[in-house]
Design a protein around this ligand. Structure first.
Ligand SMILES: C[S@@+](CC[C@H](N)C(=O)[O-])C[C@H]1O[C@@H](n2cnc3c(N)ncnc32)[C@H](O)[C@@H]1O
Length: 424
């Protein structure tokens, strides 16, 4: 690791700039090589710094406000945010202040603000972790907070924000015996059968990774497949499959699985994941709309969506996005449901799900599908599985999961799912 910490800090600053001003997602920046020039330890440090800054961004801004007469340019503001995060994590003030003053000074357009950066960060250093701790939980940006409050109410959104700020523990799905995996990795088995591992560290060093005894999958994301019950020997189509968490679940349960995804790169991940855990599926790279081999007993449609249910793990999302792309996703979900139904045999079941907190991508899609398709029904009995709280069941017979649920256990991703049955 570089002793000055500057390479990691500059990279964290670059990530923040790209996310907050260019609307880029952290995963896409990292896939594009944003961390590539750093040593291993610095990579982890840069990513952790940027992630912490995004999780705490609203709180950092509130801490900075009294010391700023007006909001400085983004380059300076993001340096200050990172400085706040580090100082309030208890890092030594001297190194932190010097590093962010240097980042501001290196940019011609902001170099005149290095004195301001120095002065403000020294004030923040005086407040330190105690000043941080007395501020309220960071609020979600308004463009997303407003529809969430309209859908779930202010108290629920406050609970979601606490979950987003806390981040997500590591959840695993066992290929076989969940209790054995929990014992091996030092985790606990959740009421729905997933394994939760506190303070997990590096995933590939956990017991059973190399032998493929489990895969990483949030507890909420593991539920849609469980709603299909016993799938042994059934022909099941996983229509938007990559990276393959649900494909692996289905294959582990003995289904004859066809996994379809539009992205060849992402489908490679499905194949790699299947190989690691010693399972098989028929992997097809195709646009779901072009896939027309029907007659399936069940189709799982984990449709592309806003991914607003995954903010605990992707705190960049509310800052990279502004909701303007969501209308197209909602339209696509509707047409994907219609197409998925054509691929089912009579009486077959469609599990529709999205990792979204927005009813337009969940409850409303299910209600509208029922209105569009005569004879289509929702099988609410399918929700009677271990660990499902009856309060999570929605009026139309779907399941609404939220990050503020299981607060005492460490939360869960936001998800919607419903089992629809095609008429026989
Ligand atoms: C929410 S992710 C699926 C996650 C996956 N089911 C799992 O559990 O690991 C949505 C996937 O849909 C794929 N996708 C997007 N548009 C598609 C389309 N028109 N046809 C097929 N796949 C599509 C994306 O490449 C992405 O991998």
């Amino acid at each position: 690791m570089n002793q000055t910490g500057l390479p990691a800090r500059r990279t964290a600053h670059h990530l923040l700039m790209q996310i907050t001003t260019e609307g880029r997602l952290m995963a896409e920046l990292i896939a594009g090589g944003a961390l590539a020039r750093l040593e291993n330890d610095d990579r982890a440090r840069a990513q952790r710094l940027a992630t912490d800054a995004l999780r705490g961004l609203d709180r950092a801004d509130r801490m900075l406000k009294p010391y700023l007469k007006k909001t400085p340019p983004d380059h300076v503001m993001n340096a200050l945010r990172l400085g706040v995060i580090e100082l309030c994590n208890g890092e030594a003030a001297h190194g932190v202040v010097n590093a962010y003053v240097e980042i501001v000074a290196r940019n011609k357009r902001t170099q005149a603000m290095k004195g301001l950066t120095n002065a403000v960060l020294r004030k923040i250093a005086e407040e330190g972790p105690a000043g941080w701790a007395k501020r309220a939980v960071p609020l979600t940006p308004g463009w997303l907070r407003q529809p969430l409050v309209a859908a779930w109410g202010r108290d629920a959104v406050t609970g979601m924000e606490a979950a987003h700020f806390a981040g997500a523990p590591l959840d695993l799905t066992a290929k076989g015996d969940a209790n054995a995996v929990a014992a091996a990795v030092g985790g606990t088995v959740l009421p729905t059968g997933s394994i939760r591992v506190p303070n997990a560290g590096q995933v590939s060093t956990l017991a059973g990774y190399a032998s493929g005894d489990w895969w990483v999958q949030d507890a909420a994301a593991a539920i849609p497949v469980k709603l299909l019950g016993d799938v042994k020997g059934l022909r099941v189509l996983d229509l938007c499959a990559a990276p393959g968490g649900k494909t692996m679940q289905l294959a582990a349960l003995g289904a004859d699985v066809t996994a379809v995804d539009i992205s060849d790169k992402r489908m490679e991940r499905v194949s790699e994941n299947l190989t690691r855990v010693g399972l098989t599926a028929n992997c097809v790279v195709s646009d779901a709309f072009a896939y027309d081999q029907g007659g399936f007993d069940a189709v799982l449609l984990d449709a592309p969506c806003s991914a607003t249910g995954t903010i605990r793990r992707h705190p960049d999302l509310p800052y990279a996005k502004d909701g303007s792309e969501f209308g197209a996703l909602i339209d696509q979900q509707e047409t994907l449901i219609d197409h998925a139904l054509t691929l089912l045999k009579p009486g077959g079941r469609l599990v529709f799900c999205t990792c979204s907190l927005l009813p337009d991508e969940g409850e409303v899609q299910a209600e509208e599908a029922l209105a569009r398709h005569e004879g289509l029904s929702i099988d609410a009995d399918a929700l009677r599985i271990d660990g499902i709280d009856p309060d999570w069941i929605t009026a139309e017979g779907g399941l609404r999961l939220r990050p503020d649920f299981w607060a005492d256990r460490g939360g869960m991703d936001g998800f919607y799912m419903a089992v629809m049955r095609k008429p026989a």
